[in-house]
Write a protein that binds this ligand. Structure first.
Ligand code: FE2
Length: 180
């Protein structure tokens, strides 16, 4: 599970680096990349909320406090993602919101990799982590990881989940409904 989550962190960090290079751009490409980041982050958050934090609560002595803290950070990032999904790169708030999201998420990533994951490795058996890894991977199969610009199909698939709701809510519903 830890390897898988760290790989996801790297993917998101790569997308952030690409976004930073585009900072200030007002085109569709920036918007699409921001959407990809949001999709990956919601998948990651849901996977962590379903499998990582319950494990943290169970196996670490101060697990409840750690889990609450991480979940409240997820909520903050999710509010930022919701602001972002309502903006286009032409709007002045778009890039500052991207910046806020990047700093919130990188903080979360550093905290998990430097503190939480090492504690978890020490507290869990290898088999336990492997079993959780298989489950966490299932969450990613429920929704498309990477919207491909040339395939409009998954926009339609997501729209079917909860018409009218924003991307973050639709994804969260789709992912946690099946996974939970
Ligand atoms: Fe994470």
């Amino acid at each position: 599970m830890i390897t898988f989550l760290v790989d996801q962190h790297r993917e998101v960090a790569d997308m952030f680096a690409q976004l930073e290079k585009m900072e200030g751009a007002k085109d569709d490409k920036a918007q699409r990349l921001a959407e990809q980041v949001v999709i990956s982050l919601v998948q990651h958050s849901v996977a962590e909320e379903i499998y990582l934090y319950p494990t943290v609560r169970k196996v670490l002595p101060d697990g409840d406090d750690i889990a609450e803290h991480e979940i409240s950070e997820h909520n903050e990032a999710e509010q930022t993602m919701k602001r972002l999904e309502s903006l286009t790169p032409e709007e002045p708030a778009f890039w500052p919101t991207v910046r806020t999201l990047i700093s919130e998420v990188l903080h979360h990533v550093a905290e998990e990799e430097n503190s939480l994951f090492p504690q978890l490795r020490a507290a869990c058996s290898e088999e336990q982590l492997q079993e959780l890894g298989r489950k966490v991977e299932q969450v990613q199969k429920i929704a498309p990881t990477r919207p491909h610009p040339s395939s409009p199909s998954e926009g339609a698939a997501l729209a079917a989940v909860a018409p009218g709701a924003g991307l973050v809510d639709r994804l969260r519903d789709a992912l946690s409904g099946r996974g939970g």
